[in-house]
Ligand binder design. Structure first.
Ligand code: XIL
Length: 318
């Protein structure tokens, strides 16, 4: 039995994976990605990001998003849609000009209106806002903050609510929040202030991009999740991977397996944790080597398509 089959028996809604557009011509890869015993949920790794969806102002192109979302629908895999607002992977027209506050609010609403409406009823959840906080708990100083001010966060969730399908869950998604720390506490405060003002928010996404040997423990992940489930939110592990300093070794693979298992078990044992998504499952297609020099092999399947110790450790705790 695969990971999704095990996850569902364990009471989770899904075990899923990110899929990136260049993967779509690899038939061996796809035979695993579309095997619903392994993966019951799909997230587009890039296809729904602003630079691809709205490459010119008010010109929308859903080709890359559809290439990932449509086969998942056909295959009866749930979809986490990613994302409506982020500081990164924005189109040049948006970053190379100074808009006024009211122009930028209009641009934000127009983007969310088109994209959320286009994917209406196709997303279990939307990552409405991605990575808006610094590790010290302050707001990230990006164009949204410096042009609109912190209320851009509330506006994004209000706009999303207006245009998504009924029942689509609205998530805030971030990294380095898998422990109780300044960042996760600041986000919990934001959720409380949203709730006091009736700003809609349903879920908290824990990206969980970890490093072998430095990942949070089972107890740490559980404690951080509790900050949000105590507020009535659901939580999910949305981008799990555990990168290793190269060269890889049996010892490192054994540690990586423990790191994966601790987080998956924390989700399984948290009543309102709905599922786990890995940020791709095959080492050669991971984003890690491009971004973290000297690091790699963060996935559950190795280059030759064998399942790594981490795969079996995850299966074991599900
Ligand atoms: C990454 C993609 O995997 C890469 O292909 C792309 O070049 C950069 O973005 N946090 C997120 C994801 O929320 O959108 C990022 O995805 C990884 C970190």
């Amino acid at each position: 039995e695969g990971l999704n089959a095990l996850a569902r028996k364990a009471g989770l809604l899904y075990f899923g994976t990110a899929i990136d557009n260049p993967s779509l011509n690899n038939t061996k890869y796809l035979s695993i990605a579309y095997n619903t015993s392994e993966f019951g949920q799909v997230t587009p790794a890039n296809g729904q990001k602003w630079m691809y969806i709205e490459p010119s102002r008010n010109v929308f192109n859903y080709a890359m998003g559809d290439a990932i979302i449509k086969p998942a629908i056909q295959n009866h895999q749930m979809r986490r849609c990613h994302n409506l607002l982020w500081h990164s992977q924005l189109p040049d027209w948006l970053t190379s000009k100074n808009y006024t506050k009211s122009e930028l609010i209009g641009i934000l609403e127009n983007h969310i209106k088109h994209e959320a409406n286009y994917y209406k009823n196709e997303c279990y959840a939307w990552d409405v806002v991605n990575e808006a906080f610094n590790d010290d708990g302050t707001y990230r100083n990006d164009l949204w903050l410096w042009t609109i001010g912190p209320e851009y966060l509330e506006l994004a969730f209000k706009f999303a609510k207006k245009y998504v399908g009924r029942g689509t869950k609205l998530y805030y998604n971030d990294y380095n929040v898998e422990r109780v720390n300044n960042k996760s506490m600041a986000i919990a405060s934001m959720v409380k202030s949203f709730q006091a003002k009736d700003i809609p928010i349903d879920g908290l996404g824990f990206q969980a991009h970890f490093t072998t040997g430095k990942a949070p423990s089972y107890d740490e992940v559980k404690a951080s999740m509790k900050q949000f489930t105590d507020l009535g939110l659901e939580v999910a592990i949305t981008e799990l991977d555990v990168r290793t300093t190269l060269p890889d070794s049996d010892e490192k693979q054994a540690q990586q397996a423990k790191d994966y298992a601790a987080t998956v078990k924390a989700c399984k044992d948290t009543e309102d944790c709905v599922g786990v998504t890995v940020w791709d499952f095959w080492d050669p297609l991971s984003w890690v080597p491009d971004v973290f020099s000297g690091q790699g092999v963060p996935c559950l399947w190795s280059a030759n398509y064998t399942k790594k110790p981490a795969y079996y450790a995850v299966a074991e705790v599900l």
